[in-house]
Design a protein around this ligand. Sequence first.
Ligand code: 13P
Length: 258
Amino acid sequence: MSKRRAKWVVGNWKMNGRLAENEALLQALASGGEAYSDVHIGVCVPTPYLAQAESLLKGAMVAWGVQDISAHPQGAYTGEVSAEMAVDFGATLAIVGHSERRAYHAESSELVAVKAQRALQAGLTPIVCVGETLEERESGATQDIVGAQLDAVLARLAEHELARIIVAYEPVWAIGTGKSATAAEAQEVHAFLRARLVAKSAAIADVPLLYGGSVKPENAEALFGQADIDGGLIGGASLKSLDFLAICAAAQAVSSAR
Ligand code: 13P
């Protein structure tokens, strides 16, 4: 069985959720997730709720993690949270380089690569996000942009580290807009990213490539059915248990059909 047969469905809650509503959502995922044994399910919660995620998801089929980590292991970095701190609360996933962090916190691709390496050193799986803006797409620069974002990570990490990352293609114009890339548009970029990985080393051909940007129950199966799309990174729809579980069901349907 290819390592890539099982799909990934990871929620990115962004800066949403409060204790009471999280409890209902996490409980629904803990019980509902059991049905999807061919899917790697995860949620990346706001850092203050890591302990809540740990207590409600422990023993369930749902992993949890953070949406960013510091590039530093520890020290005088006011406001930052280290990868090791997330690990203390059972986290296994860390999103790095989300477009919202690149745009609002001026994170460079080099910094994102450092964060990916820090995550790995702490034992977390980094989900490295890449993606182009609408202007970049319209000017024909999509491959240049996502290629350069991926190259920064390929340049910094050793092959054994690269073998443990996940990459998420998230076109900025599709995030939170309701306007997903079509399955064919997403597949085209994923095939490009896959080729870029293989050009670096055949040993990293199976790095999971997730698509993110307005994934919903209605479009998930078509997206996940593409040859180089190994699952999704889900924003808005991850805040509603029924929608998120329906996306997991779509992933399961595609995984078991392979
Ligand atoms: P939406 O699913 O809300 O478009 O967000 C995608 C995203 O940014 C996930 O990281």
